[in-house]
Design a protein around this ligand. Structure first.
Ligand code: FES
Length: 111
């Protein structure tokens, strides 16, 4: 897994922004004192989740209001979809996002 340092002005304030970590577009969310990293593209019809909002621990897509759990990426009941989630670490007031390659993910299946 490769870790990417991403710019966040104030990790204690709520925010939603799109960042790049390697080749991945990630929606970085500061919500209720925690930071979450999810895929930035809505699986429903490709909407940009970084222009959405948070409600009850979920990230809401602004286009058709599908919503995704900030922790698991799982879509709400009836959606049958999900967005990828990425590990987040705070190191000395900087935010790092962990991104695994396809082969690293495949390897974990057989371990
Ligand atoms: S594009 Fe996100 S809910 Fe439709």
């Amino acid at each position: 897994m490769k870790w990417y340092r991403v710019p966040v002005e104030d990790i204690n304030k709520p925010f939603i922004k799109k960042i790049k970590a390697g080749t991945k577009s990630i929606c970085l969310v500061g919500y209720e004192g925690k930071i979450f990293a999810l895929g930035a593209t809505c699986p429903h019809a490709g909407g940009d989740l970084s222009i959405g909002w948070c409600n009850n621990g979920k990230l809401v897509c602004p286009f058709h209001r599908y919503s995704y759990d900030l922790t698991t990426g799982k879509g709400s009941t009836g959606q049958n979809d999900y967005v990828n989630t990425y590990p987040v670490e705070i190191r000395e007031q900087s935010v790092y996002i962990g991104v695994s390659t396809f082969w690293e993910k495949l390897k974990t299946i057989f371990e």
